[in-house]
Write a protein that binds this ligand. Structure first.
Ligand code: RTP
Ligand code: MG
Length: 140
């Protein structure tokens, strides 16, 4: 399988509970390398732009409010099949449906406050990585 890059965000519910180390350990234990990392507090405009794909969804406004409610950690993860692998490590969107051992099963508070974001396709990964990082900041 090819080496891929994917964009991860540790969401405000997880930074608030000081879980970034435990979440990073899940990535590393499962063979993903953290090739770039940046802690930031998104503005409303940034959160709306990042989640523009969901702008017509009923949960969009709540999602934006949640994503600006505290700091996030944006990361580039690198590894074999990193996009799908990260989705497996994250678990299902709703933690009630997330497989045991996944980040969302262990740490998520709700379907919204679900601790992590992960790119869902190669196209999304490229676009989302460029949203947060310059090439010079990504060191695999
Ligand atoms: P993500 O994009 O954050 O990696 O999550 P995902 O693919 O598993 O889920 P997606 O359908 O893309 O939804 C994006 C985020 O919106 C929030 N959400 N809230 N209240 C709700 O019903 C609801 N549904 C989704 C979650 O934070 C979800 O991760
Ligand atoms: Mg998604």
């Amino acid at each position: 399988m090819a080496i891929e890059r994917t964009l991860s965000i540790i969401k405000p519910d997880a930074t608030r509970r000081n879980l970034t180390g435990k979440i990073n350990a899940k990535f590393e234990e499962n063979g993903l390398m953290i090739a770039a990392t940046k802690r930031l507090h998104l503005t409303r405009a940034q959160a709306e732009a990042f989640y523009a794909v969901h702008s017509a969804r009923p949960f969009f406004n709540d999602l934006v409010e949640f994503m600006i409610s505290g700091p996030v950690v944006a990361q580039v993860l690198v590894g074999e099949g990193a996009i799908l692998k990260n989705r497996d490590i994250m678990g299902a969107t709703n933690p009630a449906n997330a497989a045991p051992g996944t980040i969302r099963a262990e740490f998520a508070e709700s379907i919204e406050a679900n601790s992590v974001h992960g790119s869902d396709s190669a196209e999304a990964a490229a676009q989302e990585i460029s949203f947060f990082f310059a090439e010079i900041e990504i060191v695999a």
